[in-house]
Design a binder for this molecule. Structure first.
Ligand code: F0G
Length: 469
């Protein structure tokens, strides 16, 4: 493979093999069920003993390991903060990445110079004044993960896990997807010169996401099933064909995704918000962000945790039901249906991890209707930001949290917007043309701005402008 400038080659300003002096020690894979440590993962990333998912743990952050010589917390935290800030002055590819800049807390590569990176992360945080008023909170911020290279948060996880696959010499990577994982994987595989297999549910992903995976040259198969069916098939396939699995069952994906929380805290000058709200689909992202907050507290980077809450669509609400009907002890898959196709998932792989995070942070899990999603998406759009439908569940959920009293008006709240507004233009057009097929309440309907066809004369245009309030 011919290397180019987007594949990190330059030495890091601070040599930190496997985390180095300021880092967290060697990574291990551990089962979240029986807590057994594994040398390496099976192709399906399940524990061979009990079938549960794996997580990446580090010696210095692992409560199972004693740390007699641990650097005092305050000194370690301050040296990490300085190191990460200083790296912003560097042009080394790994330092330009908003993921690998934090490599001290994800020392998962033998050689950082092999990272396949496209300057992912580095996403903005913006205030949402209009949406704040509508939700009834004094201040509201959004961290827009849709501003990643392929338009979704998946890039932060993809650079991590695909780099592991690349370093280990895999030729093929594969994923089942509702569209964003596949777009991201296809792009990163192409950058690394690897083959990509994408499995997507036929007719159930946004066209723009499908077009991305085609453009980046992936083998794209539209299977006559849903996301859950695609994932089942892929898990079967990886046992027969040397494909490296890049769904979020792969714990290295979550290591990359967790860096969004580190970056968020850096952007907030390490002042912890009261609430962070995330959409929930396969539940990898909520688990990843929660893991990061727990690690940051263990490292002394923050002194408390935000309440991390998860919002699902009513038609794809298996986690909500699990908590409501079984106290979070059991999850019964549902037949998922929602126009927020990114989170049209009925059998989320990482539900146990997500429940652990809700419990550890004191967050809540909520469901929102199609009408609430549509209204919230239009409001985020009217703030000049925009997002894809799945991301808008966060604002819709916040409104419910304010009504229930879980979020107070004076609380600081950050919404994690996961996908770019251009990911699903059909949805946006259908909203504005009133073709979503759902009755919109008056406050949402007044946000509709359908395109108008006019004769090309100035008088007609003036008449339109005079009617705008
Ligand atoms: N938001 C967007 C835009 C997504 O694409 C996804 C997941 C989620 C939220 C939910 O994140 O699964 O970690 O709970 N999309 C996956 C995909 C499933 O295939 O692109 P999660």
């Amino acid at each position: 493979m011919k290397r180019d400038t987007n594949v990190a080659q330059a030495p890091s300003p601070v040599q930190s093999p496997r985390g180095g002096e300021a880092g967290v020690g060697a990574p291990h894979l551990r089962c979240i069920g029986c807590r057994r440590l594994l040398e390496d993962a099976a192709p399906d990333f399940r524990c061979p003993a009990c079938g549960e998912l794996l997580e990446v743990v580090y010696d210095a952050l692992d409560s199972d390991v004693p740390h007699p010589e641990a650097k005092p917390k305050a000194a370690l935290a301050s040296s990490l903060k300085t190191l990460w800030r200083d790296r912003k002055l560097s042009y080394a590819p790994a330092d330009l990445s908003g993921v690998w800049r934090f490599r001290d807390v994800l020392p998962i590569l033998e050689n950082i110079d092999t990272a396949v990176t496209m300057r992912e992360g580095n996403t903005p945080i913006w205030s949402l004044p209009r949406s704040a008023r509508s939700a009834g909170v004094d201040q509201l911020h959004a961290k827009h993960q849709g501003m990643n290279p392929t338009g979704s948060f998946k890039d932060t996880g993809m650079t991590a896990a695909l780099s592991v696959a690349h370093e280990r010499g895999f030729k093929w990577v594969g994923c089942a997807s509702t569209g964003n994982t596949s777009a991201s994987m296809a792009a990163y595989a192409a950058r690394a010169g690897m083959n990509a297999l994408v499995l997507i549910p036929e007719g159930k992903i946004a066209w723009s996401k499908l077009s991305q995976s085609l453009d980046y040259g992936a083998v794209t198969l539209q299977l006559k099933t849903d996301f859950d069916g695609c994932l089942r098939l892929l898990l079967d396939l990886v046992n027969r064909f040397p494909i490296y699995l890049l769904n979020s069952l792969n714990p290295y994906r979550l290591e990359g995704q967790k860096t969004a929380a580190y970056e968020l805290m850096e952007q907030l000058e390490w002042r912890v918000p009261d609430h962070v709200i995330v959409p929930g689909g396969n539940l990898g992202n909520s688990s990843a962000l929660g893991k990061a907050f727990l690690e940051m507290r263990a490292l002394g980077l923050v002194d408390r945790l935000p309440k991390l809450s998860i919002v699902q669509a009513e038609g794809a609400n298996p986690l909500v039901r699990s908590l409501r009907e079984h106290g979070g002890e059991k999850l019964e898959p549902v037949k998922a249906e929602t126009r927020a196709t990114a989170i049209r998932i009925g059998n989320p792989a990482s539900w146990k991890k997500a429940i652990g995070i809700l419990r550890a942070t004191g967050g809540e899990c909520e469901e929102v209707s199609e009408v609430e999603i549509a209204a919230a998406k239009a409001e985020i759009g009217a703030d000049g930001i925009g997002c894809e439908p799945a991301s808008a569940t966060t604002l819709a959920g916040l409104k419910k949290f304010v009504r229930s009293g879980f979020v107070r008006a004076s609380d600081s709240v950050v919404l994690i917007l996961t996908g770019h507004v251009l990911k699903d233009p059909d949805y946006t057009l259908d909203f504005h043309r009133d073709q979503l097929g759902i009755p919109l309440p008056p406050d949402a309907a007044q946000l509709r701005r359908p395109p108008q066809v006019l004769d090309a004369d100035v008088e007609s245009v003036v008449r339109v402008l005079e009617k705008v309030k």
